[in-house]
Design a protein around this ligand. Structure first.
Ligand code: AMP
Ligand code: MG
Length: 345
């Protein structure tokens, strides 16, 4: 069904009041966080939550994250929090850490957690959104505000382009600083704490608070974070993930079809110089600068994955670093977007 066009809200009080009113009446409003934009719906309203699955085209066995503005709100809706969960909230909230907790006395509808006995909760590091939740007075669900399978949105414009006639509004607070989704940690069994999805908050930082984490065998048939089994974050253009230095990327300048290349600043500058020096560019080449370090890569990745579909490029060559605690979040998203991986070493 085609509805009316999405409303773009500012971050002033009057706008937040309007957005809160829409949420309270069961409408969908996308909101900013430090990671990516979330698709908000009143978590206590089953019909509103079902609309989120429908609008995103999200499989109903992929549970949602519940977004809160205070720790008290978690206790009120899912019951007492275990000591590891509390310690991690103290250390990282508000922030890009989602915690999977056992549901003690939930007053949230089953659809939120896809029938699981655990629930995912997060308090985002964005004052506008915490204020919005305060105004609503209830937690809101907040999966990434993209059509399932598309790159997550890091700007209000991305939300608008995916959901123009399908949701009531989006609160525009500029580009999200972190740029990839939260780290998800399962603390539902305190003797077996695991990272289900890497993000900007690293495993080592988490281990400093709760001790060494478990690394159980990953069962790909029945993943613990159900969303992990679905393809994610991909543009329409095929993506080739590639590690290496300048010499490994130079040969792509010779390719005779429209190509896009996304590389760290040092490689970017070298390729630009090479193009200026030697090539007669009678074909289309799009060069993206991923930035200086992995924080920049995270911040820019999804914008590039969306932009490349607007170019004539037939393929995107995407730089990936080697795996480490620091690169895990970026690498996870980059590889999920990729159809193949070339190791340049
Ligand atoms: P998104 O909201 O799109 O960032 O995705 C939320 C992620 O949280 C998905 O990968 C879900 O599978 C995961 N998640 C949500 N609730 C749970 C839960 N109770 N147990 C495990 N993973 C969960
Ligand atoms: Mg998502």
């Amino acid at each position: 069904m085609v509805g009316s066009q999405i409303q773009i809200f500012g971050t002033d009080d009057a706008s937040l009041n309007k957005a809160a009113k829409l949420l309270k009446s069961g409408e969908l409003v996308a909101f900013p966080t430090e990671t990516v934009y979330g698709l908000g719906a009143l978590a206590t309203d089953e019909r509103a939550v079902l609309k989120v699955f429908e609008a995103k085209g999200r499989p109903s066995d992929n549970p949602l994250i519940v977004t809160v503005s205070s720790v008290e709100m978690v206790e009120k809706f899912v019951g007492p929090i275990n000591s590891s969960g509390k310690a991690l909230m103290d250390a990282f909230w508000p922030g890009s850490l989602t915690l999977i907790l056992p549901i003690a006395t939930s007053c949230l509808p089953n659809v939120v957690s896809a029938g699981l006995k655990t629930v995912a909760v997060r308090m985002p590091d964005n004052a506008v959104t915490r204020k919005l939740i305060e105004l609503v007075g209830q937690p809101i669900v907040g999966p990434s505000a993209n059509i399932s399978g598309r790159p997550s949105p890091t700007k209000a414009e991305h939300v608008e382009s995916d959901f123009r006639y399908r949701i009531a509004g989006v609160i525009d607070d500029g580009t999200t600083p972190v740029g990839i989704e939260s780290t998800i940690v399962d603390v539902s069994d305190e003797d077996n704490i695991t990272v289900l999805r890497p993000g900007d908050i690293r495993e080592e930082q988490i281990a400093q608070v709760v001790g060494p984490l478990s690394h159980g065998p990953v069962d790909t048939e029945k993943p613990k974070a159900p969303g992990m089994k679905y393809r994610h974050y991909a543009p329409l253009v095929p993506v080739v993930a590639k590690n290496g230095g300048v010499e490994d990327f130079l040969p792509y300048l010779e390719v005779d079809y429209p190509l896009a290349i996304a590389v760290p600043s040092t490689i970017y500058r070298a390729l630009e110089d090479d193009i200026a020096d030697h090539m007669n560019m009678d074909r289309e080449l799009v060069l993206y600068d991923l930035g200086e370090d992995v924080k920049d890569f995270q911040h820019r990745l999804y914008g590039i994955l969306r932009d490349v579909d607007e170019t004539p490029a037939k393929e995107l060559i995407l730089y990936v670093p080697l795996e480490s605690d620091e690169t895990a979040g970026y690498l996870n998203r980059a590889l999920k977007a990729s159809s193949s991986f070339e190791d340049g070493l």
